[in-house]
Write a protein of this length. Structure first.
Length: 180
């Protein structure tokens, strides 16, 4: 239901929007925990496969609760940096060397032998089913081999020449810190 904004234009203000129902439910739960009244709009935006519908969700709060709602949803205050600023590449990051990059890509695409991946660089417990390690290693053009234990834990091995980069990737994933 879309909030009625005709009689009083500034009564409701949109605080969240998205296309994932689970994210919408989580946002509503956070607002409910904070004791903030909200309204939800669910609008069809298209058709998906198998007779499904793609939805857009919008969450509205009273104008007087807008800043509290943003804080409850983790958006912070008025002093947040603009979204575009968060994605700017720092000037001191240096240029990407296309020749070096193409050499790495060519080397990665050559045939490799998993038995040469002998350096253990990290492991994941059985309870961690995410593929962030595999995706990160592939994104950084690092071949790896995985050994799974009977308990479900996975140990990762790489070629000795990739050891330092692979260890740094594991460190970043484990600590949540950006590249050093």
């Amino acid at each position: 239901m879309v909030p009625d904004t005709q009689p009083n234009e500034d009564r409701f203000r949109q605080v969240w929007d998205g296309d994932d129902e689970t994210d919408c439910v989580e946002a509503c739960r956070d607002l409910q925990k904070a004791g903030i009244k909200y309204e939800v709009s669910q609008l069809p935006v298209g058709l998906s496969g198998r007779m499904g519908v793609d939805w857009k969700f919008e969450v509205y709060v009273l104008s007087t609760d807008y800043e509290r709602a943003r804080a409850a949803l983790g958006f912070g205050g008025e002093h947040d940096e603009p979204a575009d600023e968060a994605f700017k590449i720092p000037a001191d990051s240096g240029p990407i060397d296309p020749i070096e990059d193409s050499k790495k890509t060519a080397a990665y695409l050559k045939r490799w032998r998993p038995e040469e991946a002998v350096v253990e660089v990290g492991s994941q417990g059985a309870s961690d089913e995410s593929s962030i390690v595999e995706m990160s290693l592939r994104e950084n053009l690092i071949h790896y081999r995985v050994e799974a234990s009977k308990a479900g834990a996975r140990t990762y091995f790489v070629h000795p020449s990739d050891e330092a980069r692979a260890r740094e990737i594991f460190r970043e994933i484990k600590t949540g810190d950006p590249p050093a």
